[in-house]
Design a protein around this ligand. Structure first.
Ligand SMILES: NC(=O)c1ccc[n+]([C@@H]2O[C@H](COP(=O)([O-])OP(=O)(O)OC[C@H]3O[C@@H](n4cnc5c(N)ncnc54)[C@H](O)[C@@H]3O)[C@@H](O)[C@H]2O)c1
Length: 280
C-alpha cells in the first residue's frame, strides 16, 4: 500500500459502502482522494472524519449522469493536484425485478448511472491520462457482469457492458501507458443490499432483500476494499472479490447451461420470497 502514498485518486460513489471503504484505505495509505457523490452531505461528513485522522480527502458534489459536471470535477481535481493517477468509476445503483416488472424509466435509470456514468468518467479522465502517459481506471462491475443472474436483468446488462468495455479498453489503453481494471464484487455488506439511496426492487421488500443478500454471506466492506486495492496494485484485469465467487465464473465459462440452471434455482428462491410479501 506504500505505493499509494501521494497518488491522486478520484472515486465516484465514495460517500457510502465500497467507495467509502476504498476512500478510508486510500486516505490511510497517504493518497489524496476526491470523493464524488450525489449524496454530497454524506460525502462531506466522511471527508471531514477522515481529514480529522490526518488523511487528505475532499468531497465533491457530482451526479455521474451529467457528463459536463463530471468533466468539470475531473478538471478541477487535475487543476488542484496537477494530475490524476486513479479514477474509480464506482457509483452504481441496483434496480431489481423480473423483466416484465421493469418500466422504461427503470431501464433508463440503471443504464444512465451504471453504464453511462462509467462512460462519462472515461470521457473526462482518459484523455488526461493519455497525455500524462500514466493512470489507472478502475471500473466497478459486479459478479452480475460475469455470470447469469436471476431477477436482475437490468443490473446484469449494465454490469456485463462495463466488463466488456473494460476488457476492450484495457488492451487499447496499455499502448498509451494507461491501466484499466474491472472490479467484480461478489456480495459486500453495504446499503445497496437493501436498495441503497437511489435503487429499488420492483417486487421484494427492503427487509427481504437484506435476507436474500445475507444468505449469500456478504463480505465486510473494509476487508473487500483491502483485497480489491491489493489486486489493483498488481494491475489485475478482472478482479473478483471475495475469491470464492470465482467458482461461479468458472462454471459460467465451463457450462453456460449449468450456470442457467443455477440461476433458475435462484429465481425460484426469489419468487418464494416474493410470494410471501403482500403485493404493494
Ligand atoms: N455491495 C455489493 O454487494 C456489490 C456487489 C457487486 C457490485 N457492487 C457495485 O459496487 C458499487 C458500489 O456499491 P455499494 O455496494 O458501495 O453501494 P452503496 O449504495 O453503498 O454506494 C453507492 C454510492 O453511489 C452513489 N451514487 C448512486 N448514484 C449516483 C449518481 N448518479 N451520481 C453519483 N453518485 C451516485 C450513492 O450515493 C452511494 O454513495 C456499485 O457500482 C455496485 O453496483 C456492489
Amino acid at each position: 500500500m506504500a505505493q499509494l502514498s501521494g497518488k491522486v485518486v478520484f472515486i465516484t460513489g465514495g460517500a457510502s459502502g465500497i467507495g467509502a471503504a476504498l476512500t478510508a484505505r486510500l486516505g490511510a495509505a497517504g493518497a489524496q482522494v476526491w470523493i464524488a457523490d450525489r449524496q454530497f452531505g454524506v460525502a462531506e461528513e466522511l471527508a471531514q472524519r477522515l481529514r480529522d485522522t490526518g488523511a487528505r480527502v475532499h468531497a465533491v458534489e457530482l451526479d455521474v449522469r451529467d457528463p459536463a459536471a463530471f468533466a468539470t470535477a475531473i478538471a478541477a481535481t487535475v487543476q488542484t493536484a496537477g494530475r490524476i493517477d486513479y479514477l474509480f468509476n464506482n457509483a452504481g445503483i441496483g434496480i431489481g425485478g423480473e423483466v416484465d416488472t421493469l418500466t422504461l424509466d427503470d431501464w433508463n435509470d440503471i443504464i444512465d448511472v451504471n453504464l453511462r456514468g462509467v462512460v462519462h468518467g472515461i470521457q473526462a479522465a482518459y484523455p488526461i491520462m493519455i497525455r500524462q502517459g500514466s493512470g489507472h481506471i478502475v471500473n466497478t462491475a459486479s459478479m452480475a457482469g460475469l455470470v447469469t443472474t436471476s431477477a436482475q436483468a437490468g443490473y446484469s446488462a449494465t454490469k456485463h457492458a462495463v466488463v466488456a468495455l473494460s476488457k476492450t479498453m484495457r488492451v487499447e489503453a496499455a499502448t498509451h501507458g494507461v491501466r484499466v481494471s474491472v472490479l467484480c464484487p461478489g456480495v459486500v455488506r453495504t446499503p445497496i443490499l437493501s436498495g441503497g439511496a437511489y435503487g429499488r426492487n420492483k417486487s421484494v421488500s427492503r427487509e427481504d432483500l437484506v435476507k436474500l443478500g445475507e444468505a449469500l454471506r456478504p463480505m465486510d466492506a473494509d476487508d473487500f476494499a483491502d483485497r480489491a486495492l491489493r489486486a489493483v496494485l498488481r494491475n489485475e484485469a478482472i478482479i473478483v472479490v471475495p475469491r470464492w465467487w470465482k467458482a461461479l465464473w468458472y462454471l459460467e465459462r465451463l457450462s453456460p447451461a449449468l450456470s442457467m440452471r443455477t440461476a433458475a434455482a435462484a429465481l425460484k428462491r426469489t419468487r418464494e420470497v416474493q410470494s410471501a410479501v403482500p403485493p404493494q
